[in-house]
Design a binder for this molecule. Sequence first.
Ligand code: ADP
Ligand code: MG
Length: 288
Amino acid sequence: MGRVANLYASAVGGKSRAQADTSGREAVERGTKPLLEVDGVTLQYKTKESLVTATYRVSFNVYQGDRYILLGPSGCGKSTLLKGVAGFLKPVEGDIRLNDRHIDGPGPDRMMVFQEFDQLLPWKTVRQNVLFPMKTCGKRECEDKADAVIEKVGLSKFANSYPHMLSGGMKQRVAIARAMAMEPDILLMDEPYAALDALTRRRMQDELLMLWDDIRFTVMFVTHSIQEAIIVGNRILVLSPHPGQVRAELNSDAHNRENVKDSSFADLEARINDMLFAEHAVVGAQGE
Ligand code: ADP
Ligand code: MG
């Protein structure tokens, strides 16, 4: 019995990690099968004059419920990787699979959530904003779905409000609700808070985590901030500078806003900092 229980614990990510997480946020329940598999992916841009290799043989897996971070310096290919996963750019080498299916183009199973200021239509209510991209269902069915997802993100009372009446955090919820109404398997966020001031950024990070606590979506999140990566993510893929290669994959599930002043947080931050500024890439190195 003990052995079976142990096997089960390791298959779902292990309860011990959940207990170690001081935020109360439980460890992601993890099946053995990845949701997204990025396998030896090289992505290039061909222009008339040149061939730019943006990422080189990058591999990683994202599991259901992951807050998976792509971290690396500007120009290392984070956005390009996200474009590859979104299906806008085809790998010249390697393969990207979602639910075991080869990704061959964009689809509603992967939704990009853009920055708040360029995504909500100001002349439409919350409900109309969520309904706007929904085209594949009948009117009534769409409305029911929109209402359900608005309730899920805790905005039922604001369904008939306009974006200017909402806080930044609430607008982010609407943006996520709108993406989730398409019932995607994974949300993609490319440096969503890069243009925000420090305090707003912090609030948006906390809001995102609160929403994750409620509904456990899977998100791939791009950032070049080490602290943001550790706070927002449960796993971090550290990429080397141009062309982006995997330096390490780290587990940051035990670290969060509440223990930002602990030495273990600072240790992880320093470790990532060293990796990012190391002279030579430790290609393919796997962290914990
Ligand atoms: P990051 O998001 O990490 O800052 P990007 O993925 O945007 O990096 O870019 C990776 C590399 O690919 C950079 O060298 C960038 O100049 C190059 N690149 C990005 N987009 C294009 C494009 N449309 N055409 C040519 N080169 C590009
Ligand atoms: Mg980018």
